[in-house]
Structure formats: C-alpha cells, structure tokens
Design a protein around this ligand. Structure first.
Ligand SMILES: [Zn+2]
Length: 296
C-alpha cells in the first residue's frame, strides 16, 4: 500500500491531501512550499467538485493560490494537477478560475480540449512523433531511453496511427530549442513530481518531458515504463481520467470529452484518486480510447 502512495507523478502530500481533504488546511501550515501548492490545489478541487466551495470563502484567493503553486525551477513554469505545466501566469489565472467556477461538462480515456476542439496531433504528425533523450541523464541515459521506448510501445501497440521515434543523433543537443525533433526528454532533480509532460497544443518552447531522476526508478509499484507511458499519454492529448465526476475526487476541470466509459484503472488515472488499480498499467479501454480518436 505504501509503495504506491509514495510513487510517481505527484508528491505524497498531494496524495494525502487528496485522500483526506479535511486535513488539508492543517497540512498547509506544515508542508514545504512545493507540497503546499498541491495541497491547496487539491483543496479547491475537492471544494469545486463535491463540497460546493465555489464562490465561498473557504477556497484560497488567487494571490494565495499563486504563491503556493509550485513553480518549477527548471524553467519557471507552474505545475498543477501533479504533472501538468502551465507556461504563463495568464494560464495559471485561467486554471484558478476554472477550478473555482468550472464550466459545465461537455457531456460525460478522455481527450483534452482547447476552445472546444480536441487537442490532438494531425494524422501525419502522429506518424512522426520524434524525440531526443538528453545525454545530461548521464549514467541513467540508457535506462531512460529504454523506458521511453517501452512507454511509447504501449500506445503503438494499441494503434498503428501513432509512431514515437527516438532520434539518438540529437541526444547531445536535446532541448526544447532543437527543431530537429518534436520534443525532448530532459532530466530534472528535486522536483515535486516524478515526471511531467505537455499537450499537443503546447508551444515548441515548452514541449518537453522532464524526468525526475531522484524518483523515476524508485517509485514502488509504478515502473518507469508505465510512468513514461502515462506522460506520453498527455503528449498525445489525453487527460487525467480522475477528473471525471465518477472518480468523486481530484477534479481538475471540464475541458475534455470522453472517449470511453469511465475507467478507474486507466493508465491516466492516479491510483490515489479513488483508482481501481495500484499501478499505472494500460487497460483495454485505454487502447480503445486512443483508437477512437487517432484511428486504428
Ligand atoms: Zn499525468
């Protein structure tokens, strides 16, 4: 049990806050700055989704929310929902507003939407999802290369419509400014997350997967392969399954549409958010979900 509580993608404090919303306020005063943000995010998420906090005084005001949000020293982006970076304060403000006063669900694996349209790659681009793995990983480089390969294979095994390709010739110069690849895999240490990713609509300058080498290979029942498959799910446009109302917790926002019936065991569902699986393995519904949006 403890192994998955300690696992990847989000800090233990967020999980505690998520599982026990009533203790969040006390936690706010005792956790580190990085953890506090996640506790606050969880607080207003719980409030907006199930406790009717929207518009009431229990939710933090924006300055409090902002000051307690983890800002990644790697590139200054704000990290919300465990492993999702926001590029600007404008986006952070939009995020705050959405959580405080969510727009209605579009209807009931779920895909991200931007201005009402699916946030996915074109059919042509989906066949050419190139990435580099930074040599800054040092001794971990080959293990990250292998885990990325295994993570990508999970989605490629579900559909021939997506194809991740590691371009090793770019590993020595692997950053968001390398235009020879679509995105980069880069190391980070001391972060609040195990890994973080981006969505297809993200600008090239923010299109990287950051891997926390302090945790990626020591996250209990969550393997590095599965963590990176989860992150690659985001890069394909998929959202956290636990933002769906059926989860009853960990609400994020309503900017998505469902591709399958709710799946508590989805690879995109944090186990600690009332998930039905203690790991991040891919399910048949995940495979059906990607086929429904990218084809088979
Ligand atoms: Zn995630």
């Amino acid at each position: 049990m403890e192994s998955w509580r300690r696992g990847p993608l989000a800090s233990q404090s967020r999980w505690g806050a998520t599982a026990f919303p009533n203790v969040v306020i006390q936690m706010k005063r005792t956790t580190t700055r990085a953890a506090t943000v996640l506790a606050v995010a969880a607080t207003i998420s719980m409030g907006a989704s199930s406790l009717g906090y929207a518009g009431e005084s229990d939710a933090p005001d924006y300055p409090d929310f902002k000051s307690s949000t983890y800002q990644d020293p790697a590139d200054g982006q704000y990290i919300v929902n465990g492993d999702i970076p926001l590029q600007s304060e404008e986006q952070l403000r939009d995020f705050y507003q959405e959580v405080i006063s969510p727009s209605p669900p579009t209807t009931s694996l779920i895909v991200n939407q931007v201005y009402g349209s699916d946030d996915i790659w074109s059919a042509r681009q989906a066949q050419d999802l190139t990435y580099c793995v930074s040599t800054d990983f040092g001794a971990d480089h080959s293990a990250v290369v292998d885990a990325m390969e295994a993570g990508g294979n999970q989605w490629e095994g579900a559909t021939a419509a997506v194809d991740f390709t590691h371009d090793a010739s770019q590993d020595e110069n692997c950053s968001t400014s390398n235009n020879n690849v679509l995105f980069s895999i880069e190391p980070v240490t001391g972060a609040s997350y195990v890994a973080r990713a981006f969505f297809p609509s993200s600008s090239k300058s923010t299109r990287n997967v950051l891997v926390n080498t302090d945790q990626i290979f020591s996250s209990g029942s969550w393997t590095a392969d599965d963590v990176l498959a989860h992150e690659l799910g985001h890069t394909l446009g998929f959202r956290h399954e636990h933002t769906r109302p059926e989860a009853g917790t960990c609400f994020e926002d309503n900017n998505w549409r469902p591709l399958t019936p709710y799946d508590a065991s989805s690879i995109m569902h944090y186990p600690q958010c009332n998930g039905a699986s203690s790991d991040l393995s891919m399910t048949e519904q995940d495979r059906e979900g990607i086929r429904s949006v990218y084809g088979s």
